[in-house]
Design a binder for this molecule. Sequence first.
Ligand SMILES: [Zn+2]
Length: 86
Amino acid sequence: MPIYAYQCTACGHELEALQKISDAPLTDCPACDEASLTKKVTAAAFRLSGGGWYETDFKSGSKKNVATNEAPPSPACGTGACPACQ
Ligand SMILES: [Zn+2]
């Protein structure tokens, strides 16, 4: 279950809440009772989405294939196969 960080735009109060993804975001600040909480992107969440994927999945062998498949040869202009010429 992810931890969400919130900050109140009215008084600056910060809190973290353990919530299900399906839960509605919190809005009410426990410090000043204003409905001014905004969800922050936490450093922990950023690390989870940003790292590890390439290292674990592309470490062995397939890395070269990914690189070569990234730029397939374009069809030559004038052959009718080039989308820009039609
Ligand atoms: Zn507040």
